[in-house]
Each structure stands twice: as structure tokens, then as C-alpha cells.
Design a binder for this molecule. Sequence first.
Ligand SMILES: Nc1ncnc2c1ncn2[C@@H]1O[C@H](COP(=O)(O)OP(=O)(O)OP(=O)(O)O)[C@@H](O)[C@H]1O
Length: 346
Amino acid sequence: MESNLLPESILTGDIQLDEEGQDNILRPRSLNEFQGQSDLKENLDIFIRAAKARQEALDHLFISGPPGLGKTTLAGIVASELGVNFVLTSAPALEKPKDLAGLLTSLSEHSLFFIDEIHRLKPTIEEMLYIAMEDFEMDIIVGQGIGARNVRIPLPRFTLVGATTKPGSVSAPLHTRFGITIRINPYTQQELQAIIRRSAKLLHITISTEASLLLAQCARGTPRVANRLLKRVRDFAQVHQKTEVDYAITTIALQKLQVDHLGLEEQDRFILKTIINSYHGGPVGLQTLAIAVGESAESLEDFYEPYLVQQGLLMRTRQGRTATHLAYQHMGITLPKTHDSRSLFE
Ligand SMILES: Nc1ncnc2c1ncn2[C@@H]1O[C@H](COP(=O)(O)OP(=O)(O)OP(=O)(O)O)[C@@H](O)[C@H]1O
């Protein structure tokens, strides 16, 4: 077998790539390269082909889903499949109406205008966007003081792509202005395995089927995590002078990285342990828990909890967060007899 693990650095052709460069080459550029999510891709393909045939801008597109699942990647792919300009920003970067105005006036006909974290738009910016999305026009103030007046200027027909991890926090008037709504769900193990194999090929890493399966199991349904784990395991293989990322070195690496078979990392386990040991399994309020584990309530809610909930380890109830019987099992802690186990399933 060809040895593809190079001792000092990962080489692609003659170019040495740093981590950022490697991330770039891993990013799929076409719908074909975008692994998994077949139903969603099929529909998008139809919408893209129809818009192209009509020589129109694609309808505004709303993409939701947890972090690292490919929202930005997919938006870039849609732009490249349409053969149009891709202009990218995020809601927190749009502080003043003039920030949005500057970007809107830079768009060309049919451009794809991507706003990440669209749930964080300021109300004044959001209102400006309504007119831009619906009428392809923008209000600007001309003159100063008493002579100042509103002038409406035309904008090119563009496609707004709004991405969010929190679709429930997007206002209804904004949400309803999107003609196409898609949700990216966590990937299956098979899909993640395909992503790992594709990334390994691009990074010139030889990986066994067992190792790619193990990484897929630990990747939390998320391509970004899968790629990160692959790169870290490659480091271990390289230092151990292995020519292949095999099951044995993957197991060692995951142990050293403190990633368990469910993909939980140290902080995930600390959160569960804190609920179990310090709050008798819960319920404990979000703010209290956040302080106890040294995280912000936002990162606890957006980053850690969704996966713990998905895995059936944590429940979010009106009273607070509760560890389930599976969490006790996973942490190797005996469920106390006094604990009302029924409440863990409600
Ligand atoms: N379907 C896919 N096939 C192959 N690789 C993927 C896929 N989706 C995502 N990736 C990889 O995962 C990385 C993360 O994707 P991306 O940045 O698009 O996620 P995101 O959903 O926009 O995340 P965030 O919400 O944090 O901005 C990309 O660099 C890409 O290499």
C-alpha cells in the first residue's frame, strides 16, 4: 500500500498547507462533493436548475441547523452552481444601516448575499432588509437637517441566504420572506464515514475502514468535528510513525483527546457530572448550571446541550436541566433509589 503519511508536514503537490489551508481544501465546492443530505440536495438542485433556466435570481433561501453541519459550505455551493457572486457577512457585523447599505449596493445581478447568524440582526437592519428582499429597493437619506429626505434607490435582483442555528429566534416577518426553507440535520454515521474518507483522500491520509467508522461514531453527527478528529488522529499516527491511520492508533488518539465512544469530551462529561453530583441529577436552572461549569448560558445552550439532549443524556424541562438514567449509566454512577426515575423519561 502506498504510504501517504508524510513525516514532517502534509504536502499537497508542492505546497505546504497550514490548518486553515487544509480546511479550505476540505470544503466541498459542488453539490456532488457535498456528502449526505440527499433529499435536501435533490430539491436544491431542482430549484437551482429552474432559476438558471428562467435566468432569474434564486428565491431567498433560509438554512437552519446546528453549528458545523455545512450551512456556509452549502451557500457557497449554491452560488457556484448558479455561477453568481457570493457575498458573505454575519448579523453581528451589521451594526448600522450603512453597513448593510454598503453591502447591498456592492451586489451585482443575481448575487448570493449570505448573512450568517441571521437571528442576531438588529431591528433597524431587519426592517431595511424587508424592503430589499421584497421590492429590491433601499431607502437612503439624502441631505442634512431640515432638508433631509428619504430616497428609494433600486437594487439588483439578488438572493438572500440567511443561516441560523436558532430558527426559533428569527422573527416571523423575516422568516416568511424566504421562499425556500431548508434544515440541515445531523449526519448519519455512514454519511460521516464518507466525509472522513473524502477528507482523508484530500489530505493524503491512508485510513482503514474500522478507523473511519470509529471516528464517525465519535463525530457528534457533525462534519466539522469529523474533520477535526481526523486531523488530530493523523498527528498521533505521524508521531507514532504509522503509515496508516488504523483502529489501534485511532483508539489511542481518542483516549488521549478524552473523546469517549459517544463523542463526548471532557466538558460534556463535566456538565453531566455537575448535574448529577452537585444537583442530585437536577432539575437545575440554566444560569446556575452555566456558572457551576464555567460556561456562558449561551454556549451551554447552543453548543453543549443540543448533542447531550440528542443522545438522551440530558432533558430540558421548565424547571431546569435534568440528567437522564442514560447519563448516570454513561458516567458509571448508580442511579439513587430515591430518584424518581419516571421523571427522567417525561
Ligand atoms: N456535507 C458535507 N460534506 C463534506 N464536508 C462537509 C459537509 N458539510 C460540512 N463539511 C465540512 O465541515 C466544515 C464546516 O462546515 P461549515 O463551516 O459550512 O458549517 P456551518 O454549518 O456553516 O457552521 P457554523 O454554523 O459554525 O458557521 C466545512 O469546512 C466542510 O469542510
